[in-house]
Write a protein that binds this ligand. Sequence first.
Ligand SMILES: [Ca+2]
Ligand SMILES: [Ca+2]
Length: 265
Amino acid sequence: MNYSTTTALVLGLAALAASVGCVRGPVAPDKACVFPEREITVDGDVADWSGATWYDVSNAGSQWLGQGITAEGWSGPSDLSYRWAGSWDGKGKLYFIFDVTDDCVISPPAQPNSFLNDCVELMIDYNHSGGPRFTEVTGEKVLRGYEMHFLPTQPPLVFVDDRLSPMYPMAKPQNDLFRNQYAGEIAVRRNARGYVMEIGFKLPGTAVGDGTMLGIDTDVCDDDGKGRESLLIWHSGQVNFWLTMDHYGTVVLRKDSTRKSEGTK
Ligand SMILES: [Ca+2]
Ligand SMILES: [Ca+2]
């Protein structure tokens, strides 16, 4: 799939316009970002997302700095920027799409840990509780939320549970776990600007329904051949977002009452 410059410009302006209305931070349900019910085929095609609210992450204020990442590591939106959107199927599966601009997608990835490569990350506070993302009980990590990594490789590589894979070594992807325990699906399409990644999964052990609130953050890492040089994050800003869930955006799941009831589609 190729975008013309004009199409990219129109999409970019649309993304900017759409992002203006999104209220961020701990908010009442009626002020949260809405994940509407939507029928999605996970194939890396944006066509299913027509009319979606896109959240745009493309400016210097979205940079996360630290762990060797400096402001100079990001040269502007053509180096790294993204927009993303979310939805659910009205039953229990969440869907995400990331439309990423990256001028140099490294393939195959050369860094030893997932998060040091070109990488999409999802943080999910599934109880919308805030606080630490995990606790340690007698030396054992107990998750309160997910830090999930998705690499735009072919096939895409998935890392979803850091209890089982501390530091997310590239040698231990969790694609099988994702597929079997999360009903996970992922598809990536490269394009002239970077890539589109579409992801769908259920949260193991977490029932969701109309009105369920989740804390969510998204970020994208960029390696252009010299290791991770930049990271742009949607919501948390300059905090240890993989440790604390206090700064994630609030999302509410909404059923579409106009859709046909289950079993008729
Ligand atoms: Ca780049
Ligand atoms: Ca890159």
